[in-house]
Design a protein around this ligand. Sequence first.
Ligand code: NDP
Length: 253
Amino acid sequence: MKLKDKVALVTGAGSGIGRAIAALFSAEGASVFLTGRRRDSLDATVKSLKGRSAVSTGDVRRPEDADRWAAECERTFGGLDILVNNAGIIGNGGILDFNRSKWRDLMDTNVEGVIEVTRACAPLLVKRGGGSIVNLGSVTGIRPYGGLLGYCVSKAAVNMITQSLALELAPKKVTVNAILPGVVVTDLHRTGGMDEGAYAAFLERSKTTHPSGRVGTPDEVAEAALYFASPGARWTTGVLLSVDGGRALTAAR
Ligand code: NDP
């Protein structure tokens, strides 16, 4: 039980990677505070949890929701030890088909969402005398992909947020690390606009773009989050950890 007596707040806990993290943290003894916009999917995650949990709907793009989550989490569980900034969206588009409202949505969700939820929750970690923040970046934050401008920029920003906050919060015994997954099978790409046919073709092609010969699973990403959140990683901060079957190492040849 690596997270016995710990309290974790996970954004985007109703599906994919966030759901896997909530389930693994719960199995490791944590009380889990689950957030996201859709109540039904959060409730479905709760069914897979073993221990104490609470659900609160809201939107990472709304700073007042972040403040409310922090207050509710403190009221319900007495504090907070682990924050997982997992909620995120993807959207295609480059400079020639630039769409301002899609760009804003990516920045508001993937960048300012991380900032605002962290702003609201970090004081609780400091109050506890230390804790961990785990951010979900992406291989796209360290490798550019044409036609994916907003997403790549947003995930590169997550890396800098991670390392800047790692320096700021280290004296407070709060670690800040990021996981950079390759392609993982979740709803992300389809919600972001890929139809079923295009997604199937993308997954097939991903077998060749990942040296491991396959895409990843949410559970494999959750294991990395567990490491960063566990006491064994208390001196590990500012790390951008690729969990991608070797994807970030590749270059066209
Ligand atoms: P999912 O689409 O399954 O999960 C994303 C979650 O974020 C959903 O539960 C969604 O819930 C929540 N969310 C989205 N927008 C908001 C918002 N404005 N406010 C609150 N919650 C929101 O995708 P993944 O599990 O794949 O994605 C999780 C993270 O992993 C993301 O940050 C993603 O960028 C990153 N990632 C994923 C990869 C992949 O291949 N799948 C690869 C690299 C990184 P709801 O709609 O109910 O709000």
